[in-house]
Design a protein around this ligand. Structure first.
Ligand code: S3P
Length: 445
């Protein structure tokens, strides 16, 4: 088990400016995790291009190497994985350290519950606070043996050698991590595993299982598979640019007068495009150009230009398709005319940080009216001042406030930004190239 020992990072972002030019943000994080996992479980060699080389995905990759998988790379997003088949993983020698990554922990938990050997999953302070019973409880019902801490958090101790049986599970919360965990466990279960969801969460696992030749039954709100099948390697698996990373630039260009920015090859899976829909409702000028398909996922180039935004009402059913983009959307709301109200988003409180509390505190520090509510927030758009923000080690809080500087009247200083490397390692470089006056520095303490 290794723990990174990095200095804390701070962003200093000068006020004003505009975003222009063309850029491709890194590969989709959700798809990258799944690409590594399914390629490792497939029979044959999969050549992955466009992999996100962020810390979260690298934690997943390290876990599979510890499970005996031979993977060459990754360099410039290229990773070649020699899959060993569903029964080909080897017992790890030590606990897995999964850093900040909820996706790695929850998906691996399902996959490892079906192995012959024991394993232990650990993570950083943030991941060790996040709720894990949402995956362990249904896994126990499948016959798995997984123990959490007394408060339902990591470390997770998984006892191998259990006989799993299929489960029909109605999801109490919209969660692709829970759904994917159960589907991965279902690959090892006797009989049929079905996951039923009333609000659709992202469906990358279903799409990728199909792309790897695994038969699954899908109709709206229900996905089923039988255990005991086989995954066949994909000769070439190209990963689209991450709409969740593009979101910071969509917001930045929308709020900064004079902006005109192209974002290329952005994944537009319909379970992920809430940020575009919400920004458009707010009056944003976003054009979707050259829609096409790569590896079973729709992609397009996006052109975004400055527009005067107005507040909007975001209702609960709109939340899952924009779940990771709310920090950026709150910044858009702070720059919009009038009130924005978000409801039905209590899940934001159990992300890498409590994103409702962290964003409300940060917006207030910049002089914006932001009232946190149990399941959302109310924001009144207005003038943004400079100020000092605590990102709480949450990558998306840090990047959202970096973009806020485009409309602030003085410098914004953001503390605790190291985890930007979990999802967007070259954020500072790309943001600088687009026109943001951002500097990263090592904090003294
Ligand atoms: C993810 C699903 C979402 C999302 C997370 C990535 C995934 O979490 O917030 O960043 O890759 O499956 P939930 O499934 O918990 O909503």
């Amino acid at each position: 088990m290794t723990k990174p020992n990095e200095g804390l990072c701070r962003f200093r972002v000068g006020p004003g400016g505009r975003l222009t030019g063309q850029l491709r943000v890194p590969g989709d994080k959700s798809i990258s995790h799944r690409a590594v996992m399914l390629a490792a479980l497939a029979e044959g060699t999969t050549d992955i291009r466009g992999l996100l080389e962020g810390e979260d995905v690298l934690a997943t990759l390290a876990a599979f190497r510890a499970l005996g998988i031979n993977a060459r790379g990754s360099t410039h997003g290229r990773l070649v994985i020699e899959g060993r088949g569903l029964q080909g993983l080897r017992a790890p020698l030590e606990p897995f350290y999964l850093g900040n990554s909820g996706t790695a922990m929850r998906l691996l938990c399902g996959l490892l519950a079906g192995q012959r050997f024991d394993s232990v999953l650990t993570g950083d302070a943030s991941l060790s606070r996040r709720p894990m019973r949402r995956v362990t409880e249904p896994l126990l019902r499948m016959g798995a043996r997984v123990a959490t801490s007394a408060t339902g958090t990591a470390p997770l101790h998984i006892k191998g050698g259990q006989v799993l049986h299929g489960l029909h599970y109605e999801m109490p919360v919209a969660s692709a991590q829970v759904k994917s965990c159960l589907l991965l466990a279902g690959l090892y279960a006797k009989g049929e595993t079905c996951v039923i969801e009333s609000v659709l969460s992202r469906d990358h696992t279903e799409r990728m299982l199909t792309a790897f030749g695994y038969e699954i039954g899908c109709r709206t709100g229900r996905v089923c598979l039988h255990g005991g099948g086989r995954l066949c390697a994909m000769p070439l698996l190209v990963i689209p640019a991450d709409i969740s990373s593009a979101a910071f630039f969509l917001v930045g260009a929308s709020i900064a007068p004079g902006s005109d920015l192209y974002l290329t090859e952005v994944g537009l899976n319909p379970t992920r495009t809430g940020v575009i829909a919400i920004l458009k409702r707010m009056g944003a000028d976003i054009e979707v150009l050259d829609k096409r398909w790569i590896a079973g996922e729709p992609v397009a180039d996006l052109r975004v230009r400055y527009a005067a935004l107005h507040g909007t009402h975001i209702t609960p059913e709109m939340v899952p398709a924009a779940i990771d983009e709310f920090p950026a959307l709150f910044v858009a709301a702070a720059c919009a005319e009038g009130e924005t109200l978000l409801q039905g988003a209590e899940e934001l409180r159990v992300k890498e940080s409590d994103r409702i509390a962290a964003m409300a505190a940060g917006l207030q520090a910049l002089g914006v009216t932001a009232e946190p509510q149990v399941d959302g927030i109310r924001i009144i758009g207005g003038t943004l001042h400079g100020g000092r923000i605590d990102a709480h080690g949450d990558h998306r809080i840090a990047m959202a406030f970096a973009m806020a500087a485009l409309r602030a009247d003085a410098e914004i200083v953001i503390d605790d930004c190291s985890n930007v490397a979990t999802s967007f390692p070259n954020f500072v470089e790309l943001a600088t190239r687009a026109g943001l006056g951002i500097r990263a520095e090592i904090a003294d303490a």
